[in-house]
Design a protein around this ligand. Structure first.
Ligand SMILES: [Zn+2]
Ligand SMILES: [Zn+2]
Length: 332
């Protein structure tokens, strides 16, 4: 089968990915194999290709927003039948036994594996998934629309929860790409006032199109103090202005898996009055199930840009250079 691999992490314009021919994988116990239909392109794939994320396996195939149909069952796999349409997300497995798993925080598991980092992902014609970590997908959402929901959507939803903005509250969104544009739709449906702070014409236009309450530059002050904020841009220098924008008791959640260094924080102006700064680390399966139900109920629509599998490297380069708004999706 055709599959992309991260050959040697390097800046995206130096071609760190290569398209290779690999044997089709065989599902092990409890796993199913899918014939990939679509795979979303996430910023994490770019961090992996460029070496911001340390590769955990040489020659790994990226991609963790994978939609396809089950075409083979491993021993003891009973949850799905051949032909079922499922989604394969970032969280590939957890140990189920560490202190965090036992208290329902499997996103913080000590021994997790991740699709497209530890396990080969969906930039390929087939991939494997532990059936317990796959999602059944709502029929109303087609393959291209479903792909970006599986990481961008779910992580954004967890970040929104952790930003603790009450219904009708004021939410700031810093950076406006694949994840943010889905999260903004959930927030608007939940009656929040949404202020988007971002650079890039495509991003600003997309935010305005979705009907957010205001759109400003990346480090601008929003028009009113915020109850909660989410930092989607991987830019640590935005942490101090985002903290300054918070009202008393407000929370800033950093959604990315990678962030450039945060400059010095001025305690009095940026953290005092019980403002909170927290990271968002992966997600639990219950976040995923809850988000997919909301996405179906609210009719969340991803702004997608289709690329054939053969152009995965171009899709990542276009993401790196901000050449589109929304989310790129590979068609396999
Ligand atoms: Zn665990
Ligand atoms: Zn992702």
């Amino acid at each position: 089968m055709r599959a992309w691999i991260v050959e040697r992490p390097a800046p995206i314009d130096e071609q760190p990915l290569r398209l290779v021919d690999r044997p089709e994988p065989a599902p092990g116990p409890g796993q199913v194999r899918i014939r990939v239909s679509c795979c979303g392109v996430c910023r994490t794939d770019l961090h992996l290709a460029e070496g911001d994320l340390r590769p955990r396996r040489p020659g790994v195939t990226p991609g963790h927003e994978v939609v396809g149909r089950v075409d083979r069952l491993g021993a003891d796999a009973r949850r799905f039948a051949v032909g079922d349409r499922i989604g394969v997300p970032w969280l590939g497995s957890v140990d189920g036994s560490c202190a965090w798993c036992r208290r329902g925080e499997e996103n913080l598991c000590l021994r997790p594996t991740f699709t497209g980092w530890d396990i080969d992902g969906g930039y390929a014609e087939h991939c494997l998934v532990d059936e317990a970590f796959a999602y059944a997908l709502p029929d109303a959402i087609d393959d291209e629309q479903a792909a970006p929901l599986l990481c961008a959507g779910i992580i954004g939803y967890r970040a929104l929860r952790l930003a603790e903005t009450p219904p009708g509250g004021r939410l700031g969104i810093y950076g406006f790409g694949g994840s943010a544009h889905l999260t903004a739709q959930i927030a608007l449906h939940q009656g929040m006032r949404v202020h988007v702070l971002t650079r890039g014409e495509h991003n600003r236009a997309l935010a305005a199109e979705l009907g957010v309450d205001s759109v400003g530059g990346a480090a601008d002050a929003p028009p009113e103090p915020l109850d909660g904020a989410i930092l989607f841009a991987p830019a640590g220098e935005l942490v101090p202005p985002a903290l300054r924008a918070l009202d008393r008791g407000g929370t800033l959640a950093v959604a990315g898996i990678w962030l450039s260094d945060i400059p010095t924080i001025a305690y009095a102006d940026e953290l005092f009055n019980e403002r909170r700064l927290r990271s968002v680390t992966a997600n639990t399966r219950s976040d995923g199930e809850a988000f997919l139900r909301l996405a179906e109920r609210f009719g969340i629509t991803a702004m997608t840009h289709a690329y054939p599998l053969a152009r995965a490297a171009d899709a990542l380069a276009d993401l790196a250079h901000g050449r589109f708004g929304g989310a790129a999706v590979l068609h396999v």
